[in-house]
Design a binder for this molecule. Structure first.
Ligand SMILES: [Zn+2]
Length: 111
């Protein structure tokens, strides 16, 4: 009485090195019609990050959901801003620019 189904919670999650998106096997990927429960390793080779379009090679293994420490590799001690990927830093920068733009627009909207 054994089933072949794998508990998706035990599957490794992968983080996009470009934008910080995390592929979670539990959820799959709606945008590319990837059903929940599909392991990252079984995604089609032409699968890309649904957020930024980065190829599979840019993704980094974060370990399964039950692994609170995140990355399997030793990340060292530099937590905080240094733990951000370049993509996440870009998001911060662009987010700041977008906010500045909104303030600029609202300023002129009041004239
Ligand atoms: Zn991405």
């Amino acid at each position: 009485m054994s089933t072949q189904t794998v508990d998706p919670k035990t599957l490794d999650r992968y983080e996009c090195g470009a934008c910080g998106y995390i592929y979670e096997p539990v959820k799959g990927d709606d945008k590319h019609q990837v059903a929940p429960g599909v392991p990252f390793e079984e995604l089609p080779q032409d699968w890309r990050c649904p957020v930024c379009g980065a190829p599979i090679a840019r993704f980094q293994n974060m370990g399964p959901v039950g692994n609170p420490s995140g990355f399997k590799q030793n990340m060292g001690y530099g937590l905080g801003v240094n733990a951000l990927t370049p993509g996440q830093k870009n998001i911060l920068i662009f987010g700041g620019l977008a906010l500045a733009g909104l303030f600029f627009l609202s300023f002129y909207g009041l004239q």
